[in-house]
Design a binder for this molecule. Structure first.
Ligand SMILES: Nc1ncnc2c1ncn2[C@@H]1O[C@H](COP(=O)(O)OP(=O)(O)O)[C@@H](O)[C@H]1O
Ligand SMILES: CC(=O)OP(=O)(O)O
Ligand SMILES: [Mg+2]
Length: 410
């Protein structure tokens, strides 16, 4: 690393999702954010980029019009940053941190990316088909823009690597499972790690002292049981398809549904894959995957939207109950990500009926809209119920900077 790079303290983080890129530019020495943004609906005609510089006084900017792929998205992001004098050519940039969804058995720590690491991320594409290809495109584009800069991968699977064997193994033939590395990996780990730690802070305790159930409810959704800061179980599995009902993914189903569809409905492997990953979940049940639209339809008396909501909540409750039993003692149930942070009716419905478990939601606190971590349970409740906004980008930036600067990561 050059002397200039050693002094550099900025990190650009790219969180490339299946159809979006979220990004942040942070100064890790100053502890400040310089710019944040989002490119959404990549691959559609109606793509949109929203860029918010947080220094220099220029306001939020929007671009609309087709962004065909993640490479084009990243080029547009680079142009926006350039426009604020925060371009990727800046000597102050120390590294680029990338969210990578599947790290398999090998990657359980933030990792400096080289050709061999890229090859392994590529090998894992079949077990994260919506995500790893987008992550790879993001990395390759960033490398082309700044070939001299360290690029770091932070894996969704990493936080879950501590799960005990009895939680990580499926009850299938051991030889087959081991030969093909079939096990529960779990995803959204960067979010589960960050949110469980912030929840301990909110309770005024250290992470080692608390047991937390984290409900990450975004377009993809997952639950985790975290004991003393370590993950002991999580709802996503070999791939991000298992577990909760999601925007477009089914979550748990009887695996026999898949061979039934092939044998009886004449569907191909790819048809079933698309059905379960893209045409199921909320969108499959009622035609919409956005919780805002579903709530609007329910308020207008739409029975199909109501049933989709009820199925979503029923599954969520089952996981809260299961992880309560796994943990034995629960200090907090915490909601995060797009739905968890914003949809008060989801939080209320998921907790209602669980009073015997010491769980309750205070209607007034639940109605508060805020970007801050907060309790929504009544005072003196036995178990805290909380909303803690996730910040995968900040967590990725911290881990990236710690790796490239050799400085301690708190
Ligand atoms: N104000 C809101 N009320 C209810 N749901 C919301 C609101 N804002 C966002 N959402 C939900 O959050 C989802 C996106 O969550 P997010 O965590 O950004 O997902 P991802 O990272 O998987 O793209 C949307 O699909 C929508 O269902
Ligand atoms: C792993 C996963 O499902 O991620 P996302 O929610 O971003 O789709
Ligand atoms: Mg997400």
């Amino acid at each position: 690393m050059t002397a200039a790079a050693r002094d550099a303290s900025r990190v650009l983080v790219l969180n490339s999702g299946s159809s979006s890129v979220k990004y942040q530019l942070l100064d890790m020495r100053e502890g400040s954010r310089l710019a944040v943004g989002l490119v959404e609906r990549i691959g559609e005609e109606t793509s949109r980029l929203v860029h918010t510089p947080l220094v220099g006084g220029t306001g939020q900017r929007e671009r609309s019009g087709a962004v065909p792929d993640h490479a084009a998205a990243l080029k547009a992001v680079a142009e926006e940053l350039d426009g604020d004098g925060l371009g990727l050519d800046s000597p102050e940039l120390a590294a680029i941190g990338h969210r990578v969804v599947h790290g398999g058995l090998r990657f359980t720590e933030p990792t400096l990316i080289d050709e061999e690491v890229l090859a392994e991320i590529e090998r894992l594409v079949p077990v994260a088909p919506l995500h790893n290809p987008a992550n790879l495109l993001g990395i390759r584009t960033a490398q082309a823009l700044r070939p001299d800069l360290p690029q770091v991968a932070v894996f969704d699977t990493a936080f879950h690597a501590t799960m005990p064997e009895y939680a990580a193994r499926y009850a299938i033939d051991v030889t087959t499972a081991d030969a093909h590395r079939i096990r529960r990996y779990g995803f959204h780990g960067t979010s589960h790690a960050y949110v469980s730690r912030r929840t301990a802070e909110l309770l005024g305790k250290s992470p080692e002292e608390v047991n937390v159930i984290v409900l990450h409810l975004g377009n993809g959704a997952s639950a985790s049981a975290v004991r003393g800061g370590r993950c002991v179980d999580t709802s996503m599995g070999l791939t991000p398809l298992e577990g909760l009902v999601m925007g477009t993914r089914s979550g748990d189903i009887d695996p026999a549904v898949t061979f039934h569809l092939k044998r009886v409905a004449g569907m191909s492997e790819d048809d079933v894959d698309v059905l379960l990953n893209k045409k199921s979940g909320l969108v499959g049940l009622c035609g919409d995957n956005d919780m805002r639209e579903i709530r609007r339809r329910i308020d207008a008396g739409d029975q199909q939207a109501l049933l989709a909501f009820e199925i979503y909540i029923h599954r969520l409750k089952k996981y809260i109950g299961a992880y309560y039993a796994v943990l034995g003692r629960v200090d907090a149930v915490v909601f995060t990500a797009g739905v968890g942070e914003n949809a008060a009716p989801v939080r209320e419905a998921a907790i209602t009926g669980l009073e015997e478990l010491g769980l309750a939601v205070d209607g007034d606190l639940n109605a508060v809209r805020s970007g801050e971590p907060r309790l929504i349970s009544p005072a003196h409740a036995r178990v805290a119920v909380a909303v803690v906004p996730t910040d995968e980008e900040l967590e990725i930036a911290r881990q990236t900077y710690a790796l490239v600067s050799g400085r301690e990561y708190d």
